[in-house]
Design a protein around this ligand. Structure first.
Ligand code: 3HC
Length: 306
């Protein structure tokens, strides 16, 4: 325990074979697996627009982005597996409703502008959180974050480009972009989790340097950098209480609807049921692929051992 504490104190990463307290291990399995589930479930709302992208260029970019998200899920499942849990168990926890995934992916994508809003706001919020997690104390999670952040910056720019193009377009396109902004702004702020005072896991997360910055600090960072980006392309942030606070050097903002947040994370958001049933169906239909891949890997192992 003393060695573990000393490493945390000196910012030395904890690695899979190092001794670690059980609660640290459990905390990481919970967070990393929920992060992995979020990446994979997040492919669904965007996948909804692949066949309706407005140009071949937009379609190619969207396909590549969604494929990246699948890859992020895989890095993160691998990181979670180094803590001594199998991927099957993690997926089962998701299907049984024991593991959460990000609230944001329970909202529908109604127009093409929603793909812009997801890239710009949702990936933008994810980056603010993940840049901080690059310095998390668990080695495999930290390294996965460094790689993921590089790709997320492209995603954020892809989304901003869609929004900027629409704001330069017709009145109907501008209206569509503003409507997407109105629907995605508040759920994006909810991605950072409850206020610090209501967040049961933040205490241990900060003590063990799993989290480097708290939910509220990261949410504030996201707001401060996004307001200016909205202004540049002429979008209005749907918050009448949003204003610059000169003494604090940051934006004050209105209160988040925590009832809505709690409903969504407890399975009652607009798309929760659809997202889970799609995932379960895809998992069941993919069983033969997993079996074939494992059979091939096992055969190779036998050949190597001969
Ligand atoms: N959606 C769903 N559940 C949430 C949530 C959200 N936005 N925010 C908090 N929660 C849940 C927590 O998981 C926890 O539930 P549990 O006890 O059943 O696990 C409960 O609400 C209490 O919240 P805490 O603040 O105490 O929980 P954490 O300390 O874990 O903080 C977090 C929440 C900030 C989301 C943290 O877990 C975290 O930083 N996770 C890693 C980042 C992540 O998961 N991002 C997903 C975003 S999407 C993404 O990255 C994909 C990209 O391609 C767009």
């Amino acid at each position: 325990m003393q060695q573990f504490d000393a490493k945390i104190e000196k910012d030395v990463n904890i690695e899979p074979k190092d001794w670690m307290p059980d609660d640290y291990r459990k905390h990481l399995i919970r967070q990393i697996s929920q992060h992995a589930h979020s990446e994979v479930i997040g492919m669904q709302p965007e996948g909804n627009w692949i066949s309706r992208a407005p140009s071949l260029r937009a379609k190619k970019i969207l396909l590549a982005k969604i494929q990246d998200e699948g890859g992020h899920g895989l890095y993160l499942y691998s990181a979670a597996e180094t803590l001594g849990i199998s991927r099957d168990e993690l997926i089962q926890q998701l299907h049984d409703g024991k593991a959460k995934y990000s609230s944001i992916f329970n909202y529908p994508t109604l127009t093409w502008a929603d793909i812009g809003a997801i890239g710009w706001l949702v990936d933008g919020a994810a980056i603010v959180n993940q840049v901080s997690l690059q310095r998390t104390s668990y080695g495999p999670y930290s390294r996965a974050m460094i790689r993921i952040c590089k790709e997320e910056s492209f995603h954020q720019r892809q989304g901003y480009e869609i929004m900027a193009n629409m704001m330069n377009g017709s009145a109907a396109q501008r209206e569509m972009a503003q409507d997407a902004m109105n629907r995605w702004w508040w759920p994006s702020l909810m991605m950072f989790g409850p206020h610090d005072s209501d967040s049961p896991h933040t205490g241990n997360a900060m003590k063990w340097k799993i989290k480097r910055q708290s939910n509220d600090i990261l949410r504030q960072k996201f707001i401060d950098k996004t307001v200016q980006q909205a202004e540049v392309i002429g979008l209005t942030i749907p918050d009448k209480d949003l204003r610059w606070n000169e003494s604090k050097k940051c934006y004050d903002h209105g209160e988040i609807n925590w009832n809505e947040f709690n409903e969504v994370i407890n399975g009652n958001g607009p798309c929760n049921k659809q997202r889970m049933s799609n995932h379960i169906q895809a998992h069941q239909e993919g069983e033969w692929v997993r079996k074939a891949a494992t059979a091939y890997a096992n055969k190779n192992k036998q050949l190597v051992n001969q």
